[in-house]
Ligand binder design. Structure first.
Ligand code: FE2
Ligand code: FE2
Length: 445
């Protein structure tokens, strides 16, 4: 729910106190956090009267999770069947929509796993080992090839989406919650366990997203990885249930389980994935990208560049003229919509190393142009296998296994926080923590 002011069209998120969610997220990320503890407590109070689908007691969670997994499997089979019979993609009409989605969820993906940070302190208590193992797997055990945050960042880099897209404030909500849960986890352990329970149950949208990204030639390794690692039989989903059951106090389960439920419900705050994806508007995104360029581009064109009697500089100088600019490009025959974009003159101006406007548009922006020009024309699909691009860890600094030194466990844990673990020092600290606690996973011998 948002409140629109009449003169600025700025939207005020219903959940914000006096701080925007983006600012709170950035504050938590940079370690400069003012009042996120109270903010988190307020969000928990807000969901305390909300409904959820959890069973009445922790003992019933296994059956609940099995039912959830069976429903997802059934719905997924139904989706695949529909696709086999020729139904179009359910989520992503084109590659632009997929790239847009990947950028919308980037603030959350950049802190994947952060909510579990405080569990690291409990390495001497075996009841926490499932949660700690989950967190260490999010961190890739300190191996940059397997660190979830780095896997996502590499994906975004490869797709040419490094330039941050202005996002709706709500897109920072889940990331801020995750960082706050990690930062204040010692005071909110039951809520952390509940949040983890909700986050780690593999949803249907994860399976559909994985399928459709591959179809669009986008490496879905990050998503495929979560299909396998979060599985309900032995993965993060199963560990999340075991943690609730093992840490629930025998004598007084009610208070603990109520707090678990509140943490679980935090997963429902913000926009759900299918609704978010359906908000994409191709022409709107193209116009927004052009508007961002307009301020820089309006003095850059020679006056002999004319389109429908106006110079390009004139088109770009006037706010609100960009829809007319798109019309003019078509009227002039520079863009032929509904055809292969490479046949449009405009495409040859923006794409390729010798294009006159080479480098003006990012890979994402060119994809917007491409898909807007193509409209109903379908490019042949280029399926890619998940994980087809992997860095060579041997070539990376700090991969010699000799790092970590003799730091105290507490200082290693501090560098493994959700806002630091993906940096070289955090990766080294993770490897040192594994050695110091004896929690490194052994392979089969
Ligand atoms: Fe993850
Ligand atoms: Fe997970």
């Amino acid at each position: 729910m948002t409140v629109m002011t009449c003169n600025t069209a700025a939207s005020i998120p219903a959940l914000a106190d006096d701080t925007s969610l983006a600012r709170r997220y950035q504050g938590l990320l940079s370690g400069d956090d003012a009042d996120s503890r109270q903010w988190l407590a307020a969000r928990l109070a807000e969901v305390s009267t909300a409904a959820d689908d959890l069973p009445d007691t922790p003992g019933e969670l296994d059956a609940w999770s099995a039912r959830h997994a069976a429903r997802v499997a059934r719905d997924h089979a139904c989706y695949l069947e529909q696709r086999q019979q020729g139904a179009p993609r359910r989520y992503f009409a084109n590659r632009s929509q997929a790239l847009w989605f990947l950028q919308q969820v980037a603030p959350t993906k950049a802190v994947d796993g952060a909510w579990l940070h405080a569990t690291l302190h409990h390495w001497q208590d075996p009841r926490y080992h499932g949660l700690i193992r989950t967190y260490l797997e999010e961190l890739g055990d300190g191996d940059p090839r397997s660190n979830h945050v780095l896997i996502y960042q590499r994906l975004i880099s490869r797709l040419g989406c490094l330039e941050p897209l202005p996002l709706d404030d709500q897109q920072y909500l889940q990331g801020a919650l995750q960082l706050a849960l990690g930062h204040y986890g010692e005071s909110f352990l039951a809520e952390v366990i509940g949040y983890n329970l909700g986050y780690e149950q593999p949803p249907l949208h994860l399976l559909i997203t994985t399928h459709e990204l591959a179809e669009l030639g986008i490496d879905g390794h990050y998503f495929q990885l979560h299909v396998t690692i979060d599985n309900a039989a032995s993965g993060h989903a199963q560990k999340s249930i075991r943690a609730v059951q093992q840490l629930c106090p025998q004598g007084d389960p009610e208070v603990f389980y109520r707090r678990v439920r509140h943490g679980y419900r935090l997963n429902d705050l913000g926009t759900d994935t299918p609704s978010l994806i359906s908000r994409f508007n191709l022409e709107g995104e193209l116009l927004a990208a052009l508007e961002r360029k307009r301020r820089f581009g309006q003095f850059m064109h020679a006056d002999r560049c004319r389109l429908q009697q106006r110079t390009v500089n004139q088109w770009l100088a006037e706010p609100g003229a960009l829809p007319g600019f798109l019309q003019a490009l078509q009227a002039q025959g520079w863009i032929k919509r509904g055809q292969n974009p490479t046949q449009s003159r405009w495409w040859s101006l923006i794409d390729g190393p010798s294009a006159p406007m080479f480098g003006v548009f990012s890979a994402y922006e060119k994809q917007l142009w491409h898909d807007w020009i193509a409209a109903d024309w379908q490019a042949p699909l280029r399926r890619v296998l998940p994980g087809s691009w992997m860095p060579d860890v041997q070539a990376l600094p700090g991969s010699d296994g000799l790092d970590g030194g003799s730091e105290s466990i507490d200082s290693l844990i501090a560098r493994m926080a959700g806002n630091q673990h993906a940096q070289p020092q955090g990766l080294r600290a993770t490897r040192a923590y594994l050695r110091a606690t004896g929690l490194a996973q052994e392979g089969p011998h």
